[in-house]
Design a protein around this ligand. Structure first.
Ligand SMILES: C[S@@+](CC[C@H](N)C(=O)[O-])C[C@H]1O[C@@H](n2cnc3c(N)ncnc32)[C@H](O)[C@@H]1O
Length: 269
């Protein structure tokens, strides 16, 4: 009860008084630092993800993905850089589009950050040669010029729109919505969400609301993907184990590292 109140207050604060500098007010690392981290990350091998791609029959172009990751995933942080969720989302989405034989897809994402996952999903739509749209929600605005803790900071502050400028084709399918999901979801008016990626605030209060909103708009075969099914995020693990008991979604867990797993939920009925 008290925890819920704290969450509601935080969401209102994020809506009315968003943090102007979510990644800090200065450049956090040199260009060389970002490039060094990038070289290391792009040369790592991820067997389980390779196998997953083989299983789906689809894999995203590696140099395209690496280039996008350099600008939207390579940051200065304590944990290692891992952008394998881009491969998972791309392959699964391509397979879903093929299996469902659809010519329009509606996607929802919670947690845009620098736009990496949205751009990967948009590429899957484009490469499948169908139409679709992605609504992506974040408390970070699309228009404010900020430092993003990435290599682009060395060109000055940019808005997300400017950061993603090289991916114009992919941007055409994406609607960026600003604010906490608990308030923004209320404004989304659609009957169906074929595919969703939940990667925003990793707590019970938010994922529960997000899951409920999405699952009511899904039918057999549709997907919800959760990032970070791992011990670092106990609320996510607990919540997914609870969903497992309801037996409405088939749940597969795949991992790119010991501490980085993704939960793929496919609606059964
Ligand atoms: C892990 S990042 C998302 C990463 C992104 N999906 C990617 O692949 O690059 C989580 C994002 O969720 C956003 N966020 C945090 N709380 C949120 C909320 N209540 N509603 C929407 N977004 C939120 C944060 O600002 C952050 O950008």
């Amino acid at each position: 009860m008290f925890e819920n109140l704290i969450n509601i207050l935080r969401d209102f604060r994020n809506y009315f008084f968003p943090n102007r500098n979510p990644f800090g007010s200065k450049i956090l690392a040199t260009k060389d630092y970002y490039l060094l981290v990038y070289e290391k990350a792009k040369n790592e091998k991820f067997l389980e993800i390779d196998n997953f791609e083989n299983l789906t029959g689809f894999s995203v172009n590696k140099s395209w993905l690496d280039e996008l990751a350099l600008h939207t995933q390579v940051v200065k942080k304590k944990t290692s850089i891992n952008y394998q969720h881009g491969r998972v989302l791309y392959s699964l989405l391509r397979k879903y589009i093929q299996d469902q034989k659809i010519n329009y897809i509606k996607i929802l994402e919670i947690g845009t950050a620098r736009g990496f996952s949205s751009i990967c999903m948009s590429k899957a739509i484009i490469d499948s040669k169908i139409d679709g749209d992605i609504s992506t929600i974040d408390i970070i605005s699309n228009k404010n010029k900020i430092y993003w803790n990435c290599i682009d900071d060395h060109d000055g502050k940019k808005s997300r729109q400017e950061l993603l400028n090289p991916w114009q084709k992919e941007l055409k399918n994406i609607h960026f919505l600003t604010g906490p999901s608990s308030l923004i979801l209320k404004k989304i008016n659609c009957d169906r969400i074929n595919f969703a990626f939940i990667d925003g605030m990793h707590n019970d209060f938010n994922v529960r609301k997000e899951f409920k909103f999405i699952s009511l708009k899904q039918t057999k075969g549709d997907y919800i993907i959760f990032d970070d099914y791992s011990t670092d995020f106990p609320d996510i693990v607990r919540f997914i184990n609870e969903i497992r008991e309801d037996d409405v979604y088939d749940i597969k867990i795949i991992s790119s590292a010991k501490d980085r797993s993704y939960a793929l939920l496919q609606k059964k009925i």
